[in-house]
Design a protein around this ligand. Structure first.
Ligand code: PEP
Ligand code: MG
Length: 943
């Protein structure tokens, strides 16, 4: 819906206007120019404010300066932008003055505004906000006359100078704190609330003087100048480091910028009959909706609730009682000091509760609301789809289906696949938790279990995490600057702050365990200690958090697997109902296979058999084979070329001993491999299992360091010098492109034969087993053909010996560019293709899998690649290679079975890409199977 004025204009005028970009959209009762469909242009906050006003809800009027204006700010610069939008802004201000009956920058009834950011994707707390804009000495006087409440007006003014001074002028917080403390100190006060009107007036005078000293200019008094600077600051904050980091972490891309919302101020801090709060229509941690979940503060301004400085009160009596119980607050104290909104302002509560129901029905999703009560009148300042944990996302989506608010397909689309990861990982083992020493209990801000070493700042958290340590970030309270540290921490602990504090909101968004508001803890940044009663913990000590109960424990607590029932099972069942592409897993042991089947895997897409050779004693047999493999190969080649009988006899005798060792080692390995396969086939209960023949270069099985070689020599009773010689002879400058994959099977056919025999014999032993044999690293169809001949021959031998008929598919990995571009030839020999996108990425992009980490980070941050191509398939390049191979392959065999088994198989974006190309399945690690199932369902539903 466009502006009414545009709609009403005469056709010619309308055409002329349409050509001119419109940068400012008004909102307010019956006057909103925007609506919910305009999120890209107005940002989420702007679009929803317009929408709420349209629904007849009490929204203070205002206007939104569009995200296109933000893009222009960066394109043409600040000055030119303001020239471009000035007329529209002045026009909107006039309308705002009319709607409120107030005047901007003047008495007798001054209009004050808030200036807030709001992009299309919500980025809580990452960008700047200024409240009370429009205050100056004149408007302060006028407001005092009007309200008769000088304390409130001076407090508003000092808050404005502090916020504007920090956000717009760049004066540091502590410089304001210093002035405030000086006045408090002089008066002997401890709390801000003790400051009287005269004191606040003095604070204002000190602030203005300090700003002048620091910035070299007066604090602006002209309201229009304040607004222009405020708008610029918000646009500028789109690209502040924390906003950039937040977008990076949350994969927010392709947005124009932030919109700016300029809205008439309403005051939650204008007395005891005023309040401000934030609320969720359902619990954002668990998804429960036993009661209306939220917090508020009487006589406070918006930022006070989220800043975590004061302890917020609960919205409902029920919530308030639960809160009090968890903190051992008696009912009498609760009622007197922390009453719920339901008790303190019952009428407003009723109105707010009705709005909650209306908004959730309207948006058909859990809402995160901000409201202010000014002198008993309720105003809605924001609604948006609330950020939630994975547990809450799943519960809310399934509950909304049961409540018939959304349908099944919408529910499937509502859960972010990668978020499921949070639900699959361990929780504290009950017995271990029961034994653990509880230090204190805070608020259960974000569920999960975390054990880690204590760190006190984000930088240390990042440093230690990089060194492989598990850390718990402990802060008095967190701020947006801490985001990098929060991201790498196993858990977050704060001494202050409620359930909607920065730490809580951000942690939930990240799916990170968080306990907030542990009032009993004293955190000293100077001493680097946490103390609680008599206990003192230092940096590096272990601590454990239960984000679901708020419990904090000393030391490490054991974890256990989570339960995959209830809403999780329901969302997975719905995903499977709408999913069309198969999901398999990459697993090499019966245990992993069983876990993956529990997670819903429909088979194994990649069993890397080499992992089996590392288990227990068998590595010794395998190494015995490797020690002579090269000698056997060389002697055989010499024999093949030799025609002289005497020389042949000598070569044969030279070959006898190593060949014996070679065959003996393989003979030892055969039953072990067979046992592995039997275990896996049994765990699969008739599901298919793609077994890949040996792939890595042989040197990977030998110790490369002197100590390891000495130990191997001791165990195998061979000369260490011999081991060193073999290691040296196997050395390759570029092993990833070296003697590996099917090249091994070609050089050492007995290895292929042993593996195939083990697979076939296991298949003969397990009813319903469905093995598929996969040849790795094929680049040329002749390689596949040669290995296939060997496989078929071995298979026939087992069939004959065991008197069985085996149905085993033989296929190949497509992981070499040459294979991709000759896939038509290869398909003629293959029953299936499985894309090894790890190697295909390595060879297509010429990025070493082992070394590219050194520069890929920079490549991604500078935009050369959108994502790390080893995590998210590079669709433009590697994806093109996949598409070519797929088209060529299916041109020869239209029903060719195709899957992917590189790490990308569990990445939602890659899953969607594979679905679009017509893959039969994706295969990924066990813990990513549910993610892939959901991503595959979403891909099918999006089509
Ligand atoms: C691949 O290359 O994508 C693959 C699955 O094989 P590996 O990672 O074992 O080389
Ligand atoms: Mg590979």
């Amino acid at each position: 819906m466009r502006a009414k004025s545009v709609k009403k204009a005469a056709p010619a005028k309308a055409a002329a206007k349409a050509k001119q970009a419109k940068y400012v959209y008004f909102f307010g009762a019956k006057q909103s120019e925007g609506d919910v469909s305009m999120k890209a242009l107005l940002g989420g906050k702007g679009a929803n404010l317009a929408d709420m006003a349209g629904l007849g809800l009490p929204v203070p009027p205002g206007f939104t300066i569009t995200t296109e204006a933000c893009a222009k700010y960066y394109e043409i610069g600040e000055k030119a932008l303001h020239a471009l939008i000035r007329a529209e802004v002045l026009d909107a201000l006039k309308r705002l003055e009319k709607a409120t009956g107030k005047t901007f920058g003047k008495g007798p009834n001054p209009l004050l505004v808030s200036v807030r950011s709001g992009a299309a994707a919500s980025m809580p707390g990452m960008m700047d906000t200024v409240l009370n804009l429009g205050l100056n000495p004149d408007t302060v006087e006028a407001m005092i006359t009007r309200t008769g409440n000088p304390r409130f007006v001076w407090d508003s003014y000092r808050r404005f100078i502090q916020m504007f001074g920090n956000v717009v002028l760049g004066v540091e917080h502590h410089q304001f704190e210093h002035e405030l403390d000086a006045v408090k100190h002089a008066k002997g006060y401890t709390l801000d609330t003790e400051l009287m009107a005269e004191d606040l007036q003095e604070v204002v005078a000190r602030y203005r003087k300090m700003v002048k000293a620091v910035k070299g200019c007066d604090f602006p008094t002209d309201a229009m100048e304040q607004l222009t600077l405020g708008v610029s600051a918000v646009f500028g904050s789109w690209n502040n480091p924390r906003a950039i980091k937040y977008r990076e972490l949350n994969d927010i891309r392709g947005l124009l910028g932030t919109a700016v919302n300029v809205q008439a101020m309403v005051f939650g801090n204008s007395g005891g009959n005023s309040a401000t709060g934030v609320a969720f229509t359902r619990d954002p941690s668990t998804g429960e909706h036993k009661y209306f979940y939220g917090e508020y503060l009487i006589n406070a301004q918006g930022e006070d609730v989220v800043a975590g400085i004061r302890t917020p009160q609960q919205i409902t009596v029920k919530g308030s009682r639960e809160w009090a119980k968890a903190r051992s607050v008696t009912e009498a104290v609760r009622k007197a000091q922390y009453p719920s909104l339901e008790e303190a302002m019952p009428k407003v509560f009723k109105q707010l509760d009705a709005i909650r129901v209306k908004l959730e029905r309207h948006y058909r999703d859990m809402q995160d609301l901000e409201f202010t009560i000014e002198d008993g009148t309720l105003y809605m300042l924001q609604t948006r789809n609330g950020k939630r944990t994975a547990a809450a996302a799943v519960k809310i989506a399934t509950d909304l289906v049961k409540e018939k608010i959304i349908d099944e397909k919408t529910a499937v689309m509502r859960v972010e696949p990668s978020q499921l990861d949070q639900l699959l990982h361990p929780v504290f083992a009950k017995a271990s938790e029961a034994k653990a020493k509880k230090i204190t209990v805070g608020l259960p801000a974000s569920p999960g279990a975390a054990t880690g070493q204590i760190v006190f700042n984000a930088a240390t958290a990042e440093l230690w995490a990089k060194a492989g340590k598990k850390v718990v970030l402990c802060r008095v309270e967190t701020s947006p600057e801490d985001i990098g540290g929060m991201n790498v921490a196993a858990g977050i602990l704060t001494a202050r702050g409620g359930m909607t504090s920065h730490a809580a909101v951000v942690a939930r968004g990240m799916g990170k365990c968080c306990v907030s508001g542990c009032g009993e803890l004293h955190i000293s940044y100077d001493k680097k200690t946490i103390s609680c009663n008599k206990l003192v913990l230092a940096e590096g000590d272990w601590i454990s958090l239960n984000g679901s109960t708020g419990a904090v424990y000393e030391g490490q607590v054991d974890t256990q697997d989570p339960k995959l029932t209830g809403p999780f099972a329901m969302i997975m069942a719905l995903a499977d109902k709408y999913r069309k592409m198969g999901v398999r897993t990459n697993a090499d042991t019966p245990r992993d296979t069983a876990k993956a089947v529990e997670f819903g895997a429909e088979g194994i897409g990649l069993c890397r058999t080499e992992h089996m050779f590392f288990e227990g004693e068998r590595v010794t047999s395998f190494r015995r084979m490797i020690l002579v493999a090269e000698t056997v190969k060389c002697l055989r080649l010499s024999l093949a070329a030799c025609t002289d009988a005497e020389e042949r006899a000598s070569l044969e005798s030279e070959l006898a001993a190593p060949l014996k060792q070679y065959n003996q080692a393989l003979k030892e390995l055969l039953p072990l491999q067979r046992k592995d396969f039997i275990g896996m086939f049994k765990a699969l209960k008739g599901r298919p299992c793609t077994v890949r023949l040996l792939d890595p270069p042989l040197h990977e099985f030998l110790p490369q360091d002197a100590a390891g070689q000495a130990e191997m020599a001791r165990v195998m009773e061979v000369d260490v010098a011999h081991i060193r010689d073999v290691v040296e002879s196997l050395h390759e400058a570029n092993p990833m492109l070296g003697h590996r994959g099917c090249r091994l099977g070609i050089s050492y056919p007995e290895v292929t034969e042993m593996q195939v025999r083990a697979i076939c014999e296991a298949a003969a032993a397990v009813k319903g087993a469905q093995p598929e044999i996969m040849v790795p690293l094929v680049g040329n169809v002749k390689e596949l053909a040669a290995q296939k001949t060997l496989i078929l021959k071995t298979m026939a031998e087992v069939e004959k010996a065991k008197k069985v008929k085996l149905q085993i598919k033989i296929g190949t990995m497509i992981e070499v560019p040459r294979a991709a571009v000759t896939a038509d030839q290869i398909a003629a020999e293959a029953d299936f293709f499985s894309f090894g996108t790890n190697d295909l990425t390595q060879m297509t992009c010429a990025f070493s899998r082992d070394d590219a980490g050194k520069f890929l980070g920079e490549y991604v941050s500078r935009g050369f690649y959108d994502y790390d191509p080893f995590q998210v398939l590079d669709q433009e390049g590697v994806g093109r290679m996949v598409e070519i191979a797929m088209t060529y392959g299916r041109s020869v065999k239209p029903n060719l079975k195709v899957g992917v088994c590189g790490e990308h198989g569990g990445d939602p974006k890659t899953v969607a890409f594979c679905y679009k190309l017509g893959f039969n399945y994706v295969s990924c690690s066990p813990y990513r199977v549910p993610i892939a199932r959901l991503a595959a369902a979403q891909a099918a539903l999006k089509q």
